[in-house]
Design a protein around this ligand. Structure first.
Ligand code: OSB
Ligand code: MG
Length: 370
């Protein structure tokens, strides 16, 4: 593969509804869209899931731009590769961290690779599902009543499980009321690292509500305290923030820190490592599901492709475009029917980025040539 040109764009999309987690409220979405072009003018696309502020993890739009421009892009423009796996495994291996930046350019190369092979990204990754089951992530609201109403709407739309964001003070009472209203729905909670072991009793109290799992209750970089908590809790712990690699997962399983893993392509440095993490979890009987980062349609398309792998046995967070955006930047938009998304079979990500819409939301862009 020969990459002739890379275009970085900083896009800004307004969220239809503010999204509140334990770390803050998002009103809009700033992200870097990466386009790589080969000599035939064929384009591969991906987006970085790093946010404007370092609240979920330490990466930001600006750190990603710097790392992409000064380190990753020169590598991609200089070296001819046979397969996208080489990027993460060989060319990016000496560069520490910066997972989301690496994933953004690697993902664009994966899309281009699949298009050059004339196969879907899902098949290029070895995925074999024709449809995937999806759930929805519901942010922290002003009241429990409002949350219950929103859950009702999402269930009506067919979503296969509901994830509620929690934080200290918005947890046991919330889940208790939701369970009174919806005793049997597939339900889980995501704390985004809002608790410590001092909150053990409050977290263990969640065991009474047969949740599918509790996601990342403790520190973003912890696997030790999570092991203590998992030993005390019946509810499976799912790790999100703490897992950046197969190695992290291996250590977490060794300690007993979790029973489920959320795979986010950006958090682990790309599709190559996501697939390896998937395979490792499959071999160790750990179910996985695909997390979300309020992506535009381009990121959503990548999530759909990776979710077509067989060990993604739990519904993920890839909901319909229309829950987030007045207008998405891909055609068609991502739609959900009866809680499922049809995995596209056309080449690459299988959704067409609209240049017209992309231009409309681009704040700044720069083109780099080989
Ligand atoms: O709807 C989505 O894209 C998932 C939303 C979500 O839960 C989330 C959004 C932003 C940052 C972190 C997370 C998370 O899964 O922890
Ligand atoms: Mg999470």
């Amino acid at each position: 593969m020969k990459i002739k040109q890379v275009i970085l764009r900083h896009l800004k999309l307004d969220l239809l509804h503010p999204f509140t987690t334990s770390f803050g409220t998002e009103y809009d979405k700033d992200f870097i869209l990466v386009e790589v072009k080969n000599e035939d003018g064929l384009s591969g696309w991906a987006e970085s899931v790093a946010m404007l502020d370092p609240l979920y993890n330490e990466e930001t739009v600006k750190t990603n731009w710097h790392v992409l421009e000064d380190y990753l892009m020169p590598i991609v423009l200089k070296n001819e590769i046979q397969h996208p796996d080489e990027l993460f495994e060989k060319y990016f291996a000496h560069l520490r961290g910066n997972y989301m930046a690496k994933a953004a350019i690697e993902g664009a190369v994966w899309d281009l690779y699949a298009k050059e092979q004339n196969i879907s990204l899902a098949s290029a990754l070895g995925g074999d599902r024709s449809t995937i089951d999806v759930g929805v992530s519901i942010g922290i609201k002003d009241s429990i009543e409002e949350t219950i109403e929103t859950i009702g709407e999402r269930l009506e739309e067919g979503y296969k499980r509901v994830k509620l964001k929690i934080r200290p003070g918005w947890d046991v009472e919330l889940i208790n009321r939701v369970r009174q209203e919806y005793p049997d729905i597939p339900l889980m909670a995501d704390a985004n690292s809002a608790y410590t072991l001092d909150d053990m009793d409050r977290l263990v109290a969640l065991d009474s509500y047969h949740l599918m799992m509790v996601e990342q209750p403790l520190a973003h970089n912890d696997i030790i305290d999570h092991a203590d908590l998992q030993a005390r809790m019946k509810t499976p712990i799912c790790l999100d923030e703490s897992i950046h690699s197969v190695e992290d997962a291996r250590k977490a399983l060794k300690l007993g820190s979790c029973k489920i893993i959320n795979i986010k392509i950006g958090r682990v440095g790309g599709l190559t490592e996501s697939r390896k993490l998937h395979d490792f979890c499959q071999a160790n009987n750990i179910p996985v599901w695909c997390g979300g980062m309020l992506e535009s349609g381009v990121g959503r398309a990548h999530n759909i492709a990776i979710t077509s792998l067989p060990n993604f046995t739990l519904p993920g967070d890839t909901a319909a475009s229309s829950l987030y955006w007045a207008e998405d930047i891909i055609e068609p938009e991502v739609t959900v029917q009866n809680g499922t998304i049809t995995v596209p079979t056309s080449p690459g990500i299988g959704y067409e980025p609209s240049i017209e819409k992309i231009n409309k939301y681009t704040v700044y862009s720069r083109t780099y040539r080989a």
